[in-house]
Design a protein around this ligand. Structure first.
Ligand SMILES: Cc1cc2nc3c(=O)[nH]c(=O)nc-3n(C[C@H](O)[C@H](O)[C@H](O)COP(=O)(O)OP(=O)(O)OC[C@H]3O[C@@H](n4cnc5c(N)ncnc54)[C@H](O)[C@@H]3O)c2cc1C
Length: 263
């Protein structure tokens, strides 16, 4: 939930749990004007669905480009163009100042940091998550943006392992500047769980080094990523980024120290 005045008004929803989506379904059926907070994977996937249903969709993103944490500027630009072509209004480098409610306590507008008033009868936010590390902290484990684990995914207490969204690990795929990562993906959760299960079953695997991969489907566009890119990477674009906004087909090679780090 964004920590802004008015965040408690009705019709302001996240997308994280089954209960969230069950609450969102009926709201979506009645909504006409949607404001999405956050142009990451989740916010943009929702924006594409809402726009395809004919709703007026506006997206607010604090950063200067869409999905900036995960993709190159080329990829951001192509996805931004495709969303705009689908009718989504993207407001980049724009934050939320306040959510305004009507006399029934339901959201009616979003005031942006620059003072614009965006009408809304539904606000959906996808602004990232914080690790649920309370239990680990209480147990005295080393915690720093997740539970710190070694190559075998053991925490600072060797009897306790951490996997998935909660685990902060030293990744051979990360940059030297930021070698500790915490990944939120099905691939990572499954591969880490397999490693710990194998170790507990007495058949340990080598230290965790699985290649991270991610995907996102947004309207007509499908993005697939292998590896971990870094803003400092040199990028080489192969294919057609500038063709039709509805059917670009390209790859971005992210090179670090002369080696391929991500595609
Ligand atoms: C809307 C959405 C879309 C996504 N789309 C994709 C996608 O397209 N591709 C992809 O790769 N990934 C996607 N992800 C991410 C993916 O779902 C997660 O990376 C994955 O579920 C992580 O698995 P996990 O087991 O680590 O954590 P979770 O799936 O979050 O499971 C952790 C469980 O532990 C429970 N729990 C927490 N604290 C405690 C406690 N103290 N005691 C007991 N139980 C506790 C939680 O309630 C939860 O049920 C998406 C996530 C969301 C929210």
């Amino acid at each position: 939930m964004p920590a802004v005045p008015g965040a408690q008004v009705g019709g302001v929803l996240g997308i994280r749990t089954l209960a969230d989506t069950e609450a969102l379904g009926p709201r979506l059926a009645d909504a006409r004007q949607v404001v999405v907070i956050g142009a990451g994977f989740i916010g943009l996937e929702f924006a594409a669905v809402a726009a395809a249903r004919g709703l007026a969709v506006q997206v607010l993103e604090l950063g200067p480009r869409a999905m900036a944490r995960a993709v190159s500027p080329h990829t951001s630009a192509v996805f931004e163009a495709a969303h705009r072509a689908a009718g989504v209004q993207l407001h980049l480098a724009e934050g939320v100042a306040e959510l305004l409610g009507d006399e029934h306590g339901q959201v009616r507008a979003v005031r942006t940091a620059s003072g614009r008033l965006l009408p809304a009868d539904l606000v959906v936010y996808g602004i990232g998550v914080l690790p649920n590390d309370e239990l680990a902290r209480t147990a005295g484990l080393a915690v720093d943006n997740g539970v710190r684990v070694d190559g075998q995914l053991r925490s600072s207490d060797a009897a306790i392992s951490a996997v998935g969204d909660l685990a902060s690990f030293h990744s051979p795929w990360a940059s030297a500047q930021q070698p500790w990562v915490r990944l939120e993906s099905v691939q990572n959760a499954v591969d880490q769980a397999k490693l710990v299960a194998a170790r507990l079953a007495g058949q340990p695997l080598p230290d965790y080094d699985a290649l991270p991969w991610f995907w996102t489907d947004q309207g007509v566009l499908k993005l697939q990523i292998a590896g971990l890119s870094d803003p400092q990477d040199e990028t080489v674009v192969l294919g057609d980024t500038l063709g039709s906004a509805t059917a670009p087909a390209f790859s971005v090679l992210c090179l670090r120290g002369g080696r391929l780090a991500a595609v």
